[in-house]
Design a protein around this ligand. Structure first.
Ligand SMILES: C[S@@+](CC[C@H](N)C(=O)[O-])C[C@H]1O[C@@H](n2cnc3c(N)ncnc32)[C@H](O)[C@@H]1O
Length: 258
């Protein structure tokens, strides 16, 4: 599905869009507000780009977070033509482009603020995307990144060893399950200055069975023994209905100046 950017089958894009939309109704809006609050204090950008913009909702959240009298112009780019067509219908006041963020159709030094949220950990081209983001940002402009670090996942209940093994295999299924912790160092290596780092823990107390079934499938696809993955999943389903369930992950908001 588009969500993990490995499979761009158009038939699955509607399902991927539903997953993206559903999370705005749960934890994600809160994370997004925190991301903009922590990365945009006192910012007054006039031209803003959302890279891997998906449904377009982050542009609206950014628009609302900015405290400026001059109306900025907002742009979004995403690989998925399907998501972009729907984003255009949803938010006709923003300018959307279907395209690859490793080769963006904008001239050098176009934007005052360029951000990317929940994309880089999923894609093999993270560094190329960030280099393009630096290219299209004005000197003195800001680049901001939001991403999670899946290897910070904490899960209860479950057998300790088996749970550790499954969660580590799940982190390795991602293009980079360590993206969150690496962001400050990556932004520095790209020449950005005044780097800020903030982190937030996402807390789930509700057992989302389909999500954990997806984790079971990810790890088996990556070569983890299916009998052990099945044992983990079956035991988790049983125990989560008895014990108090807890699943947490760290999200990182990192920004720098070009
Ligand atoms: C998990 S979604 C996140 C969407 C949105 N940023 C959000 O936070 O809701 C990842 C998005 O990155 C897009 N994407 C992946 N690789 C891309 C690339 N090379 N160029 C542009 N978009 C890309 C996908 O199409 C998908 O919409």
């Amino acid at each position: 599905m588009v969500l993990d950017a490995r499979n761009h089958d158009p038939a699955q894009e509607a399902a991927a869009e539903q997953v993206l939309l559903a999370r705005f109704d749960t934890y994600y809006l809160d994370i997004i507000h925190w991301f903009f609050q922590t990365t945009l204090p006192d910012s007054t950008p006039s031209k803003i780009l959302d890279v891997g913009c998906g449904t377009g909702h982050l542009l609206e959240a950014c628009d609302r977070s900015l405290n400026t009298t001059i109306a900025p112009s907002f742009y979004g780019i995403d690989l998925s033509q399907y998501l972009i067509e729907n984003a255009r219908k949803r938010f006709p006041i923003y300018q959307f482009e279907a395209g690859d963020a490793t080769r963006m159709p904008y001239p050098d030094e176009t934007f005052d603020l360029v951000y990317v949220a929940a994309v880089l950990a999923h894609v093999p081209s993270a560094i190329d995307i960030l280099k393009e983001m630096v290219r299209v940002t004005k000197v003195g402009g800001k680049i901001a990144v939001l991403d999670q670090d899946f290897e910070t996942a904490v899960l209860y209940p479950g057998d300790k060893q088996l749970t550790r093994s499954v969660l580590n295999a799940a982190a390795d299924y991602w293009s980079d399950g360590w993206m969150g912790r690496k962001l400050p160092s990556i932004l520095k290596s790209l020449g950005l200055t005044d780097i800020t780092v903030d982190a937030r823990v996402r807390v789930d107390r509700h057992f989302d069975k389909p999500f954990f079934e997806r984790i079971r499938n990810w790890v088996v696809e990556s070569g983890f023994p299916s009998d052990q993955a099945d044992q983990w999943f079956v035991e988790l389903c049983q125990q989560a209905s008895v014990d108090e369930f807890l699943f947490t992950r760290n999200w990182y908001a990192v920004a720098g100046i070009k």
